[in-house]
Design a protein. Structure first.
Length: 277
């Protein structure tokens, strides 16, 4: 081999070696460029997550930009779960009503309205009569619980306020809420809620005495004493006299509480009724 051929082969080898050395450099440059683009996109993505997420701390979002592109999907899933949890908490906080509960609430409101058709027993020494409608208030809390029981009573009062003669004796209109019976009417939803609270607390261990004690405390003593004292303020009666007059309602309301407790115990311990509620 001559010197000229040897030199030509040497130049060809050096040129090939230079070309082969440029390939990994280009690959490294392309990989570095892709890594930079990916990192910039990840930083931008993490900034968006920081803006729209309320639960992620700041250092978590800053660390997200360093983890690399392979963790983006995982972080998106995490953010999606966080949003779903927040939506679930908001939905639980909002008062939701299913069709079944709506029907039961309407039925209980109708029962209270029907009990209002029974005329009250007037008393000569006070302007508030003895009514049978209290049983409907007691049953609303026992059967429907605190939320829907109180809601059914509120719907009943709103219907009465519009002028429908749904109260005992065919009374109705906004004027009854400023009369002597106003204290009793405003206490009806409170009584239904408190009785329903007792029912919900002992739902798995319902018996006659549990319901009767709850009705005796909230439906008889609280309703009669506080309602009569408010009546005394409205008709300018001394509190001591109004307090004594409240005991006039107690014997009849105790009988109503016994009837409502028997009905509630029978229904809540019945297997078919348990499947309905």
């Amino acid at each position: 081999m001559t010197n000229g051929q040897w030199g030509a082969q040497k130049e060809e080898g050096e040129s090939e070696r230079k070309k082969s050395s440029k390939i990994p450099k280009r690959k490294n440059q392309m990989q570095a460029k892709k890594r930079k683009q990916c990192l910039d996109g990840t930083r931008q993505h993490s900034n968006q997550l920081c803006l729209f997420s309320f639960s992620l701390p700041l250092f978590y979002c800053e660390g997200l930009s360093v983890r690399g592109c392979e963790n983006i999907e995982r972080e998106e899933e995490f953010q999606k779960r966080e949003r779903e949890r927040k939506c679930a908490r908001m939905e639980r906080a909002i008062y939701q009503m299913s069709t079944k509960n709506l029907v039961y609430t309407a039925l209980m409101t109708a029962v209270i309205c029907i009990l209002g058709l029974v005329p009250g027993i007037p008393l000569p020494f006070m302007p508030v009569p003895i009514v049978l409608q209290n049983i409907g208030i007691f049953l609303a809390g026992v059967i429907l619980g605190r939320k829907y029981g109180a809601l059914s009573v509120i719907i009943f009062l709103l219907l009465a306020a519009t002028g429908l003669p749904l109260l005992s004796g065919g009374r109705g209109g906004i004027g009854v809420f400023a009369g002597p019976s106003a204290g009793f009417l405003f206490l009806y939803p409170v009584v239904a809620y408190l009785i329903g609270l007792v029912r919900d607390r002992f739902k798995n261990h319902i018996n006659f005495f549990t319901l009767f004690i709850g009705m005796l405390v909230f439906g008889v003593l609280l309703l009669d004493i506080v309602g009569t004292i408010i009546m005394g303020f409205i008709i300018h009666m001394p509190i001591s006299k109004a307090f004594l007059l409240s005991f006039t309602f107690i014997p009849g309301d105790i009988i109503k509480a016994i009837i409502a407790s028997l009905i509630g115990t029978t229904l809540l311990n019945h297997s078919r009724f348990k499947n309905l509620i």
